[in-house]
Every structure is written in structure tokens, then in C-alpha cells.
Design a protein around this ligand. Sequence first.
Ligand code: FES
Length: 337
Amino acid sequence: MSALPGSPEGTAVTGLDSSPVEPAPLDLPPLTEQTRLEAREIMARYPVARSALLPMLHLVQSVQGYVSPEGVTLCAEELGLTKAEVGAVATFYTMYKRRPTGRHLVSVCTNTLCSVLGGQRIMDALSADLGVHHDETTADGSITLEHAECLAACDYAPVVTVDYEFYDQQDVESARVLVEALRRGEKPMPDRGAPLTDFKGISRQLAGFSQYGNDDAAARAAIDAPGALGPTLVGLRLAEERGESAPPMPRPATPSAAADEPRETVRPSGRTGETPGREAADARVAAADTPAEKAGAAASHPDAPEPAGRRLPDGREGTDTPAGTEPGTSGQGPGKA
Ligand code: FES
């Protein structure tokens, strides 16, 4: 089946939104010479200019609220890429938006843990209140709503982010209050991290520029914003109360690690003829929890049989590849004996 970008078949095959890019809205702010200069400033940060594409796409979003056709053209021109290459990157990552984003991007985690604790109920309630579905923007342009996969804050589930700032342990009611405040133009403090700005502001930050301009106090407050870390540390605090600690990790028996290891940390085995490296390998095998870990530890044990293919037919150890012909070598190595 052919799966052309922009075709229903493409969406069916890839599962990705391959809808055509819509025409730019009439009131879209233009990308200016200043944008181009800032794009070049980003490029100058990287040894290879095309590595700058991701922050450049955020820069485009910080001006226009999405990756517009004009933004794709600017990135392609500056980086010497084709528009198709830029488009391929911009459509791969969900942080790059294909339609103009509202003043705030509200992301509701509906992944497993958040979902069982009410994330889907929050998504459904906000969707009904705002009259929009996933990846749609309210008519007043204040909110773009999206459901998100795990937002890497499962200990605070269910979580909602606004412009990637966290609002933890939400429920339907608190999420409604949050979104109503956003629609009134308020910026409720996130539970952790920096104070809220807006989608274009955080896009500028992601491009590597301060979203606070010359407002040094705001920039300092963003860095120093407190974080409670309560749920993240619950396990540690319980362990402390109970006097529990994690068992020590077996150390790798690499020559350098063995050389660095203080003598007194090597446990005597009570057996003769064994080296510290062999003891450590024994310990790794004994400590392995799963069959796969056990197999891996056994394979790296000094007593493990030589893997097939490491011994040449004439009994010599080594590789069949003639010296100097390995990929990536100069060919100036020692010749064949
Ligand atoms: S499942 Fe929601 S943050 Fe991980």
C-alpha cells in the first residue's frame, strides 16, 4: 500500500497525523530579519549546523505559535536542507505543532498511571467544557488542549502541564479551576519549576533564549522556583524511618576499576587460587535477578568458554578480518603474519 504524506493511507499506515499543512492564518506574525539572525545564533552553537534544527523549530514556534510553512522554509534555507527534510523532523515530534497553538497549551496525561487515577476523566471534562478535542484550539484562541503520553511525573499522577509546566495530582475539579483561570488571563503558579508564561514564551526558552527578555528578576525567580519533591521522596523517607538501605551494587571487574578499588573493599573468599576479578564475577552471577542478567554475567565470567567465532581454524586467537581492513581504520595497521 502506498502511504503518501497527507493521504488517509499515510495516516492509516503510520498512525501519525499526516494531514496536509493548513494555509497560514491571515493574522500570523511574520518571521523577521531578527528571527533569521537568532536562527544563525543558534546554528553557531553547534559544530554541525544542522544539529540546530530542533531549537530553530522552537524559535519559529516562539514567533508564530506553530511550525508554519514559512518557518519550514526559513530553517531549510539557513541549514541547506530541503523543505521535505525539515518537514520530516517537524512532523516526527509532537512538541512541534502543525496548526497555530492557543495562548496556552494544556496537556493532560492519559497514560497508564495517570489514567487509572483519573487522567482520562480530566481530559474528557476539559474537552467537554472547552468544546474542543485533542490538538484543537478554543475559538477565543486561549487554550489548545491535547492528551499526552507519560509526562515523566508518574509520582505526581494524575498530572496536567500548561506550556510544559507541571500541575500535579489534579482531579476534574482542580483542572477545571486551572483552565478557567487561564482563560481569564491569569497564570496560576505551577507546583514545581518556573512560573508560567505562555506557549510562545516557553518555545523561546526551548530555543535557548531567555523568555523573560531583560526582566532579570523574573529570570532569577524562574531558576529559583521551589520544588516540594514530596511524592518523589516518599520511598526514601520510608526507608530512612525503617533503617533500610539498598544492597551495594557489585562493581565491574574491568582492569581499571580493579586497579582503583581499595584493597579493603575486596571480600576474602576463603578459597585459594582465585583472583579478585574472579570473585567479583562470581558475585555478579550470584546477584543476577533474571535469567537474562544471569546469562550476561556468566558470559563475562573469566571461566566462561570462549565464544564461537573468536578462535581461528588454525587455533590462533583473533579475527578473520585481515589487519588494517576493519571498517573505520586507516589500513596502516600491522600486516598479515
Ligand atoms: S503516566 Fe502520567 S506522568 Fe507518567
